[in-house]
Design a protein around this ligand. Structure first.
Ligand SMILES: Cc1cc2nc3c(=O)[nH]c(=O)nc-3n(C[C@H](O)[C@H](O)[C@H](O)COP(=O)(O)O)c2cc1C
Length: 192
């Protein structure tokens, strides 16, 4: 009886400490000043204090070109981002939708990330949570589907729960929260 209780307590402590040890990284697929996807990941970081927010502005890379890679290898910023992702258990990405797909900035970053010695490892063994925001009615959900297929091609573990924010230009309060409580709840669910 006592032994069972001790084992249960131990399991509970391990569970809690494994949750608190989770490293969560989040970024938007846009570096635009007033980006609604940036606003969405900022809100995600407000909901979950453990989320580390980064910007692709700090990880610039030229358009992928095999000759460039053969000459100079991976851009230094991409190698730094590879390491950052490798140190994470969960990666949250909020993608804009450009003509029904992910924008070139995000696709180019993923293409570079998938290269080099650790390129394949970057996408394995961690969970990806996908969000999107757009001024349109679909909220960028086609870009989320496109991003899922790109990441799954890289053997990533992509969460089935996603969140797409429609009418995103008018969806946020001045304090960065969502005006609509039901939308806020859906975001919380996707991050859970
Ligand atoms: C080239 C281009 C294509 C776009 N295509 C779509 C689209 O297919 N669906 C959509 O909802 N919005 C589309 N938009 C509007 C974007 O959702 C909008 O610019 C949004 O603000 C981009 O995200 P951001 O605010 O995070 O930069 C497009 C914008 C551009 C520049």
């Amino acid at each position: 009886m006592m032994k069972n209780l001790t084992l249960s307590l131990l399991a509970a402590v391990c569970f809690v400490s494994s949750l608190s040890a989770k490293q969560v990284l989040a970024f938007a697929g846009s570096v635009r000043e007033d980006s609604c996807n940036e606003k969405l990941v900022r809100l995600a970081a407000k909901i979950d204090n453990d989320i580390e927010l980064i910007s692709l502005k700090d990880y610039p890379a030229p358009i992928y070109d095999g000759d460039l890679e053969a000459q100079s290898g991976l851009p230094v910023a991409i190698e730094a981002l590879q390491k950052k992702i490798l140190d994470s258990d969960v990666v949250v990405i909020s993608t804009p939708e450009y003509n029904g797909a992910v924008p070139p900035l995000l696709k180019n970053t993923i293409d570079w990330l998938s290269r080099g010695k650790i390129g394949q490892k970057v996408f394995k063994d961690r969970k990806f949570i996908l969000l999107s925001a757009s001024p349109g009615r679909g909220g960028g959900s086609r870009a989320v589907a496109n991003l899922r297929s790109i990441l799954e091609a890289l053997n990533a573990n992509v969460s089935l729960k996603t969140f797409s924010l429609p009418n995103a230009y008018s969806a946020f309060n001045a304090d960065g929260n969502l005006k609509e409580p039901s939308q806020h709840q859906k975001l919380v669910e996707a991050l859970r």
